[in-house]
Design a binder for this molecule. Structure first.
Ligand code: ASP
Length: 346
């Protein structure tokens, strides 16, 4: 059950997304925050102190990018000490990428950053935005039995569930339960009460100051394998100018073709200094590169296993590590290490 001390202070950061959109002749478009809040007078009944900031031009989250992530991080970092928690209102399309990116960029985070949005705009006759916003505010305000923030990490709170941000995936474009964490238990359930899965919540032994990170490096690509992929297609992608890393979307437990041209192309790319990160196309489960001969061949070619990481977390983790100025050897070590709970390392 949610327990709050008197008057929690929450900052809402409105970036756009369906939650605040209005119908226009050209389709749904993001609108400003005051319109959104006018449609949810119930927020006042929470009795919280709520402030808000918004993107100058709210966006459909399909336009999200590392610069916008930096703006969200700055909004939080600049006001970190003034608030008990932060609610980020965001479109659902790239919410899982943003949740993963913020998890890496908000280093030493010890307060709740709760991301939510909706599948239908607030203000529509039938909609999911009001409930999602109110629940997110309650999650951001919740305290544990010691009076510490219940949530001390980036999470997505959406419909009935709270999930770890860097484990989340948008898995339906129509259902109200838009997000799932396939490889890590939900952090909470939102029904009559908000119940937290305490053993799975992030806890920290040290009280370090927040260290925001802004230098995400997006010089990478995602190479999605399929039966029949041609040598020309693979080689062209691996030869993309400027890229430093590749997320290789493999089959099943991290398997790929064993044709010689393919293995040679990967080995050549690794020898040229490219980092290749193995992330299965399966949403549930992960890579076990050593399980099959077909996966072991990848390991021998120098491909790094992503275990059970999501593609959203893999992409943003690489952006973070590439931007950190680390050596390739150090990046490879971090890729097989869980930094913020994004993967299960056996
Ligand atoms: N296209 C919208 C967005 O991601 C979808 C949504 O918010 O649900 O901004």
């Amino acid at each position: 059950m949610t327990t709050t001390t008197n008057k929690p202070k929450i900052l809402i950061i409105y970036t756009g997304g369906t939650i605040g959109m209005v119908e226009t002749p050209d389709g749904l478009q993001p609108f400003d925050f005051s319109h959104l809040m006018d449609n949810v007078p119930k927020v006042g009944q929470l009795g919280y102190e709520i402030d808000s900031v918004q993107f100058k031009q709210p966006i459909d989250s399909s336009n999200m990018n590392p610069q916008y992530w930096g703006m969200i991080v700055k909004d939080i970092a600049d006001r970190y000490d003034q608030y008990d928690g932060f609610v980020v209102l965001h479109g659902t399309d790239t919410m899982a990428y943003t949740a993963s990116a913020l998890a890496f960029m908000l280093r030493n985070l010890r307060k709740p950053v709760v991301i939510t949005g909706s599948q239908l705009p607030i203000g529509d006759t039938r909609e999911d935005g009001t409930e999602n916003l109110i629940s997110a505010l309650q999650v951001a305000a919740a305290k544990d039995e010691n009076g510490d923030p219940m949530i001390q990490e980036v999470v997505i709170s959406f419909q009935d569930y709270i999930v770890r941000g860097c484990r989340s995936t948008k898995f339906t474009s129509t259902g109200f339960h838009a997000f799932k964490s396939f490889n890590y238990p939900n952090l909470g359930t939102i029904d009559l009460h908000i119940d937290y899965a305490k053993p799975y919540l992030m806890r920290h032994n040290t009280a370090l100051p927040l260290e925001p990170f802004y230098a995400m490096d997006s010089n990478l690509l995602v190479l999605w394998l399929y039966p029949g992929i041609t040598e020309d297609v693979v080689k062209a992608q691996l030869a993309t100018p400027g890229i430093k890393a590749v997320v290789l979307r493999t089959f099943g437990a991290g398997n790929a073709p064993t044709e010689q041209w393919f293995l040679d192309a990967l080995t050549d790319a690794v020898n040229r200094g490219l980092i290749i990160y193995n992330v299965t196309q399966c949403q549930n489960g992960g890579d076990e590169q050593k399980r099959y001969y077909t996966g072991d061949m990848l390991a021998k070619a120098g491909v790094i296993s992503g275990f059970d990481i999501t593609v959203e977390a893999a992409v943003t983790k690489l952006m973070y590590l590439l931007g950190s100025g680390l050596s390739t050897a150090d990046i490879k070590t971090y890729l097989t290490t869980s930094i913020v709970g994004e993967m299960t390392v056996e």
